[in-house]
Design a protein around this ligand. Structure first.
Ligand code: SAH
Ligand code: MG
Length: 211
């Protein structure tokens, strides 16, 4: 998105959010970029989303942004890194949102489901990119009928879907896993997905009527 259009779109602003942006930049924490955030918040607003599950909290940036839109929004968010978890908890307390954003410490593929309230209007998948199929399969059962699943980083800095040669073996494997997820999602019979060239590549999936 052009800088001009980014300025046209108003994102939530607060002292805490600007501190978090700075922190993320300095410490290279991969928070959602502004273009992706504009789109995510647009969906939350226009679909009147109230119950959100996020997989991958990091410092709580996207969670606080979503919860800023409406007092009735609740977010449950899962983080497996101890340091990120603590930072997120502090940020959420400082933003006075501890009653609406619950951070769950643990690996999203291993945690006890009892900690989750289920019935989500939105599931935001934003954790380890190699595990996207597993996250999707585990959590889609907790999605409301009209709910949406939002997956981020499907272009992975433009590396997915190009013939560009990738030298690092780990990176090559990650890119190939994301590309497998994209194909899997495209061919999924239960969900209809739209792929957007927004931010770092986003898909929005909804349950098919006969799915
Ligand atoms: N959603 C955040 C950014 C998340 S970055 C934002 O946009 O502001 C991805 C985070 O997912 C990292 O902090 C990483 O520790 C966490 N993560 C990766 N794999 C995970 C897993 N299996 N379970 C829980 N958290 C995971
Ligand atoms: Mg992301």
């Amino acid at each position: 998105m052009s800088d001009y259009f980014l300025k046209m779109n108003r994102l939530p602003e607060s002292e805490i959010l600007s501190m978090m942006r700075k922190f993320a930049e300095e410490k290279k924490v991969p928070i959602i970029n502004d273009e992706g955030l504009v789109f995510l918040l647009f969906l939350v607003k226009t679909r009147k989303i109230k119950r959100i599950l996020e997989i991958g909290t990091a410092i709580g940036f996207s969670a606080i942004n979503m919860a800023s839109l409406d007092d009735k929004i609740i977010v449950e968010t899962i983080e497996r890194d101890q340091e990120m978890y603590s930072i997120a908890k502090t940020n959420i307390t400082n933003a006075k949102m501890a009653d609406r954003i619950k951070v769950i410490f643990g690996d999203a593929l291993e945690i006890d489901d009892e900690q989750l309230s289920r019935n989500y209007d939105l599931i935001f998948i934003d954790a380890a990119k190699a595990q996207y199929i597993k996250f999707f399969e585990k959590y889609e059962t907790m999605l409301n009928n009209e709910g949406i699943i939002f997956t981020d980083n499907l272009l992975f800095h433009g590396l997915v879907g190009t013939d560009e040669e990738i030298k690092s073996k780990n990176l090559r494997s990650l890119v190939s896993k994301i590309s497998d997820f994209n194909d899997w999602l495209k061919n999924n019979e239960k969900y209809e997905s739209v792929f957007f060239n927004i931010g770092d590549g986003i898909a929005v999936s909804t349950r098919r009527k006969n799915g």
